[in-house]
Design a binder for this molecule. Structure first.
Ligand SMILES: [Zn+2]
Length: 104
């Protein structure tokens, strides 16, 4: 017999290791909820990654920012804004997402 089952078990263990046994889901929140959460973290967040595309190269012009918890280096918040042209209102409402983690 071959050891195919062992191989599969090993692969699943690798998956768990990579995801740190946690699943991150992004919950959309209002601007208010976002501001409350942001204030509560009180500077413990830093910018993990950001993308600015004012020229609209990838669709509508947008500013994307992902905030990370500085202590754990994990993403906690995503902001996406669609800035209007100077003097114009934003063409689309901003979006905010808070990370929620579940452990199996
Ligand atoms: Zn907003």
């Amino acid at each position: 017999m071959n050891n195919g089952w062992e191989d599969r078990e090993r692969a699943e263990m690798d998956d768990h290791t990579m995801s740190d046994k946690e699943t991150t889901t992004w919950r959309r929140v209002t601007c208010q909820e976002r501001d409350v959460a942001f204030a509560a973290w009180n500077g413990a967040w830093g910018v993990g990654s950001s993308l600015t595309d004012f020229d609209g190269q990838y669709g509508d012009p947008q500013m994307f920012t992902e905030w990370w918890d500085k202590a754990t280096e994990r993403p906690v918040l995503r902001d996406r804004r669609y800035p209007g042209r100077p003097g114009q209102p934003d063409p689309r409402p901003c979006e905010h997402y808070l990370a929620e983690r579940t452990t199996p």
